[in-house]
Design a protein around this ligand. Structure first.
Ligand code: KIV
Ligand code: ZN
Length: 529
């Protein structure tokens, strides 16, 4: 008797999902996330090493600084396609072409709103005029870029039949990627999946054209909606590290990528992202922008792999898989086996710092190495958290001003007043001190700093907390400051609340100066969500 035949059903090859990173455009334009061109370049280097398919480096027509940043990234970064955003206008498209000129592979991202509310209230254009503008913009752009993407801004609130028409016009005129943004974050997974199923079967297009999702997080659904769009046929997802972006942000890159990695049974696609760079990318962005990461943030929060409860700890000790669906190592999170101590050399430190997202020059590394040795002498083993703390202090000490002395005085009585006398040192101005009054000791100290530096700044948020670090009890201050209409963030550590707050304040004033000289004419009105 012959052996029974086995029928093997071949699994279809998973399709490639393109990751389009917009940390440096949609993310960077959100209040408090501005970066200097040098900071954008540092971030872009990491994104390219992480192998995102496309880096949206900025919006060339928005300001000379943004154009310069796109140009520098296009010149310096290889491996990923470099993209600039543009409105559907000839001058925007020309600015993007100039900025992208040195790119190995360039992409133009044209957007035009299609929804009735945007057509009527913002554009004052009829449907026909919108279609004509799409055709005109694509015709003007064709031939000047390696790829063109068209976004129907506010697609989720656009009449479906008009959206099909607009996307078909874009595809007929040379768009390679059709992006369907949920600009206001109003959709939900079932709706957006159905929309993508409909669009992929109804929009007329050449075979190579793919659909893309760009979801905002106003209802906390950006990642769920992006993944649902993938199930509906999207083959590009637009996202940002730590989910930064306009208002409540964009789809978080790390969450979308790891959901796809962890659940291949549900998402039949693969990305080429090196996931071990996710945690370092998140740390790098937080360091560059001064914006903290929520401890419970999925994938990259400091609690994402922490187990406090006894039952959980017991389970994890027996077998990590009881409570972990991915390993810390798979996302490059601390918990690595590498232990640094007093016998470790500069090379090992540099490697670990790089893996944690800190790129230092010679002098920075030498300084970090000295601080690391002191720490290792005191505590033997130096953990990733110790290193992050050490680097936070390191990066916050970049201000031109140094605090030499702070004296606080409080009058007694029914209406106490607080006075602060602060003495600062500056490489050119030397030692300067001043006194100010405030409704609290920290406010008074800020007032004195403002009198010394001449900064016109308004503190919109200040949070301080105590931490137990390897060196003892310390305070972390996180601050948000509005300086001439620009929101900047700063963070610093110190031995007491006032010192930490003052360092964070000085750090953010310096950031505002750096951003203003890099990009003096930034026009928020020209930005897109
Ligand atoms: O949210 C949005 O619609 C955008 C477009 C420019 C793609 O950011
Ligand atoms: Zn957006």
């Amino acid at each position: 008797m012959s052996a029974p035949k086995l029928t093997v059903h071949a699994q279809p090859e998973p399709e490639r999902l393109r990751i389009f990173d917009t940390t440096l455009r949609d993310g960077e334009q959100a209040p408090g996330f501005s970066m200097t061109p040098a900071e954008k370049l540092e971030m872009a280097r990491h994104l390219a090493a992480m192998k995102v398919d496309t880096i949206e480096a900025g919006f060339a027509a928005a300001s000379p600084g943004d154009k310069q940043a796109v140009h520098t990234i296009a010149r310096e970064i290889h491996g990923s396609t470099i993209c600039s955003l543009a409105r559907a206008s000839e001058s925007d498209i020309d600015a993007a072409a100039e900025a992208l000129e040195p790119a190995r592979r360039s992409r133009l991202h044209i957007f035009l709103a299609t929804s009735p509310i945007h057509r009527q209230a913002k554009l004052k254009m009829s449907r026909m005029e919108v279609l004509k503008a799409i055709e005109h913009a694509l015709t003007h752009a064709r031939g000047s870029f390696d790829e063109i993407e068209f976004s129907a801004e506010d697609a989720l609130r656009t009449e479906t039949e008009f959206l099909v028409e607009a996307l078909s016009v874009a595809a007929a005129n040379g768009a390679d990627v059709l992006n369907v943004p949920d600009t206001v974050g109003v959709s939900e997974p079932a709706e957006i999946r159905a929309l993508f199923e409909h669009l992929t079967s109804s929009v007329e297009r050449p075979e190579h054209v793919i659909f893309s999702a760009h979801c905002h997080n106003d209802l906390g659904l950006a990642v769920a909606n992006s993944l649902a769009a993938v199930q509906g046929g999207a083959r590009q997802v637009e996202c940002a590290i730590n989910g930064i972006g306009e208002r409540a942000g964009n789809c978080s890159l790390e969450e979308a990528v790891m959901a796809i990695n962890v659940r291949p049974d549900i998402f039949p696609v693969i990305t080429q992202v090196d996931t071990t760079r996710l945690w370092p990318a998140s740390q790098m962005l937080s360091r560059l922008t001064g914006a903290p990461i929520a401890p419970n943030k999925a994938i990259v929060g400091k609690n994402a792999f922490a187990h406090e409860a006894g039952i959980h700890q017991h389970g994890v000790i027996s077998d990590r898989r009881t409570y972990e669906i991915m390993t810390p190592a798979s996302v490059g999170a601390p918990g690595s086996e590498l232990v640094l101590g007093k016998h470790s050399g500069k090379h090992a430190l540099a490697q670990r710092l790089q893996a944690l997202g800190y790129e230092l020059d010679e002098a920075g590394l030498a300084e970090a190495f000295r601080a690391f040795k002191d720490l290792a002498d005191m505590h033997g083993e130096v953990t990733d958290a110790d290193l992050a703390g050490l680097m936070e202090g390191h990066s916050a000490s970049g201000s031109a001003w140094t605090v030499l002395r702070t004296e606080l005085r409080c009058t007694a009585g029914p209406r106490p007043t607080q006075f602060a006398r602060v003495e600062l040192d500056h490489p050119e101005r030397g030692r300067v001190s001043d006194i100010a009054k405030g409704d609290g000791p920290v406010a008074a100290a800020f007032g004195a700093v403002q009198r010394i530096t001449g900064a016109d700044a308004d503190v919109s948020a200040l949070e301080t907390r105590m931490v137990h670090s390897a060196t003892g009890r310390e305070f972390i201050a996180e601050i948000e400051v509005d300086v001439h209409g620009r929101t900047v963030r700063g963070r610093a550590r110190g031995p007491d609340i006032v010192t930490a707050a003052l360092d964070a304040f000085l750090f953010s004033l310096d950031r505002a100066d750096a951003l203003n000289s890099a990009n003096p004419q930034s026009q928020p009105a020209a930005q897109a969500g």
